[in-house]
Write a protein that binds this ligand. Structure first.
Ligand code: PMP
Length: 416
């Protein structure tokens, strides 16, 4: 018997069994068993995802929506079934509120370009937070520049929490949209999303939530959050790369003009006038990534098979263990030192440069990320060039955390 029932009734994950679903975890690097702690950059893919994509290409590959032939219809059915599953996964009321994109970055660019074009004017502003990924800063900066609008920032304190004291005042200073992350990829902080959404809605301001680092760790219900837009990437939730999702409330998606022009997003085209397609196709110009949608749906099926309560429990136990073993290392300090953290441990040791630490860990088969994590403003605030970031998944083990701690100690000896 592998599975055991916990008191709460949720099945505890059998990690050794789960790891067999991810063949890459069995590989070695420089002769050491791989310790993969770069899950915030991208997660590994279970066999179920690879098989679903392989099955798609080997049995029903065909372009969707436009074909009368059998294969095209089967591909369309599989593609639209994936959209339905993804809609259910995030709690969207309608499948057509799910727009397929290349990833979080494209989802945010879509809203920035489209919302900005229609609703931003000179003197307006967009509000982001001080701990955003560049992909939730630069698209807004670009549209603000075009419209002579300004980008405003919710401050972050020393521990890595958003400072909300001045939020009400900020919201009343010409803000047309608020965009911030649910979980910071640089610090791991889980932000008080409900509070911020409710505050913005008090003034009728829509909110875009960057959930790139949240969907893989916790259940999300867009209806309960009452969020207007939500973006995430398939590759960070055990699905394929190059595919992602934008959820938008029907009301807002209908307000926004199309992002890109081309096939699929039109109803009729003449040289005099083009009419646009209905949701979601209005925002999906060109041939979509069918295998991507099917792969992501397979990833969600896989995760639901494991059960989110069990995933959460495994990850929070592992986070607690990792925090404990790392903080015993002399000179190690965390960035993002908050109780409410998910998946990410960002740290520096003494005055060791994060790249040097990363290289020495790599030579021991331990994959971590080093640098500014595409979040330069928060690194600048802490006056550091970057951090070492170990990011965890349910498939990591306490033994791997011990290897990380031993690897750091070895680096300290070598670099001191
Ligand atoms: N936002 C956050 C919080 C992220 O962690 C990332 C990826 N590191 C992105 C946005 C961008 O995601 P992608 O590169 O998949 O578009």
């Amino acid at each position: 018997m592998h599975d055991t029932l916990t008191i709460k009734g949720s099945r505890k994950l059998d990690i050794e069994k789960v790891r067999k679903d991810f063949p890459i975890l069995e590989t070695t690097v420089y002769g050491y068993p791989l310790v993969y702690l770069d899950n915030a950059a991208t997660t590994q893919k279970p066999l179920a995802v690879l098989k679903a994509m392989d099955d798609y290409y080997t049995t029903i590959n065909s372009n969707v929506h436009r074909g009368v032939h059998a294969l095209s219809q089967q591909a369309t059915d599989a593609f639209e079934l994936s959209r339905k599953k993804i809609a259910e996964f995030v709690g969207a009321r309608h499948s057509y509120e799910i727009i397929f994109t290349k990833g979080t970055t494209e989802s945010i660019n879509l809203v920035a370009a489209s919302f900005g074009r229609k609703f931003l004017k000179e003197g307006d502003s967009i509000l982001v937070s001080g701990m955003e990924h560049h992909s939730n800063i630069v698209p807004w900066q670009m549209i603000c520049e075009e419209k002579n609008a300004t980008l405003k920032v919710i401050p972050v304190n020393e521990q890595g929490e958003l400072v909300l004291d001045g939020l009400d005042k900020l919201l009343q200073s010409g803000v047309k949209l608020v965009a911030f992350n649910y979980v910071s990829n640089a610090l791991g902080s889980i932000n008080p999303v409900k509070e911020i959404i409710a505050a913005a809605h008090k003034y009728g301001i829509p909110v875009l939530l960057d959930a790139a680092q949240a969907v893989q760790h916790m259940e999300i219900d867009v209806a309960e959050l009452d969020v207007d837009f939500l973006a995430f990437s398939s590759h960070k939730i055990y699905g394929p790369t190059g595919f992602g999702v934008l959820y938008g409330k029907e009301y807002w998606l209908n307000q926004l003009p199309p992002y890109q022009g081309g096939g699929e997003m039109i109803k009729t085209v003449s040289f005099e006038k083009t009419t646009y397609n209905d949701l979601p196709y209005k925002f999906e110009a060109g041939t979509p990534d069918m295998a991507g949608a099917i792969g992501l749906a397979a990833a969600l099926d896989y995760l639901q098979g494991l059960g989110f309560p069990a995933i959460r429990e495994a990850e929070s136990e592992l986070m607690a263990y990792a925090t404990d073993v790392l903080q015993q290392i002399e000179g190690l300090r965390f960035y993002g030192n908050v109780a409410n953290r998910a998946g990410v441990l960002s740290f520096l040791v003494g005055n060791i440069h994060p790249f040097d630490m990363g290289e020495i860990l790599d030579k021991q088969g331990i994959a971590v990320r080093t640098g500014h994590h595409c979040a330069q403003p928060i690194m600048d605030q802490y006056c550091i060039p970057g951090t070492v970031r170990a990011s965890l998944s349910f498939y990591n083990t306490p033994g791997e955390m011990d290897r990380l701690a031993a690897g750091i100690r070895k680096a300290v000896v070598l670099l001191s």
